[in-house]
Write a protein that binds this ligand. Sequence first.
Ligand SMILES: [Zn+2]
Length: 76
Amino acid sequence: MTGQRQEVMAALFVDMGVFASDRWVREPRAKYECVRCQTTEGPVKGADRVAEFVARIRTDHPANNCTANQQGAHAA
Ligand SMILES: [Zn+2]
């Protein structure tokens, strides 16, 4: 490890929602904002989709969807 700077590259926003009286008063939702490529993924809604989104997005976006990542490696 040779002193890589740790910058904030993205922000993950998660709202777990409010469940009361057997229904969602406010549905869970999540979105991901990438600072590098200015892309927002989501928001997704619903407990299952939010859980899945949160579990994968931090690796999935840089690996598959981040244009800054793909271009930056060569053009920087
Ligand atoms: Zn990105």
